[in-house]
Ligand binder design. Structure first.
Ligand SMILES: *[C@@H]1O[C@H](CO)[C@@H](O)[C@H](O)[C@H]1NC(C)=O
Ligand SMILES: *[C@@H]1O[C@H](CO)[C@@H](O)[C@H](O)[C@H]1NC(C)=O
Length: 148
């Protein structure tokens, strides 16, 4: 998508941080004082996007889902476990579903990396959205699951 967009004349700038959006004028003011002018603004921000808050005129805080995910990203060529290696050799989306938890695996970057997402019940303190993972606790959630 990146290459095709470039062919079509889209200019990319990385490492800049937007601060204020004028959606009518398609003018984005940057934190460093610069500005980006265009034909339209596509705000594909994250959970903490300033664009959404400015477009809707309120902070639109994220709603707690009661879920927490552990996200594990591995380089495929560093995997020594035979069972995991066998799964990785077939780059597909794999999903395991169990009570209160599920696990998803899929490959990234042409199968040179893999992403494992483990969803469990949330147990973070209020107003904490991200924290270092506790691998012992993570393993405990899945300790009575069958093998891969
Ligand atoms: C873009 O927005 C900034 C901040 O509101 C303003 O200072 C600037 O003049 C605008 N630029 C244009 C070309 O309208
Ligand atoms: C993806 O990996 C395959 C096998 O290693 C390779 O043949 C192909 O060129 C790669 N594709 C891209 C877009 O890198």
């Amino acid at each position: 998508m990146f290459e095709r967009a470039r062919e079509l004349g889209v200019k990319f700038r990385f490492g800049i941080t937007a601060d204020r959006y004028d959606f009518q004028a398609a003018n984005v003011s940057l934190v460093d004082g610069g500005e980006v002018l265009g034909d339209l603004i596509i705000a594909a921000g994250d959970l903490w996007s300033k664009a959404r808050a400015q477009l809707f005129g309120n902070n639109d805080p994220p709603l707690p889902t009661g879920d927490l995910v552990y996200r594990i990203v591995l380089h495929t060529d560093t995997i020594e476990d035979a069972d995991l290696g066998a799964i990785v050799s077939r780059p597909r989306v794999h999903l395991w579903v169990g009570p209160d938890c599920h696990a998803i695996y899929y490959s990234l970057r042409n199968n040179t990396m893999i992403n494992i997402v483990l969803l469990v019940p949330e147990n973070l303190p209020e107003n904490v959205a991200k924290a270092p993972g506790d691998t012992g606790q993570m393993k405990e959630y899945f300790s009575d699951w069958g093998p891969l």
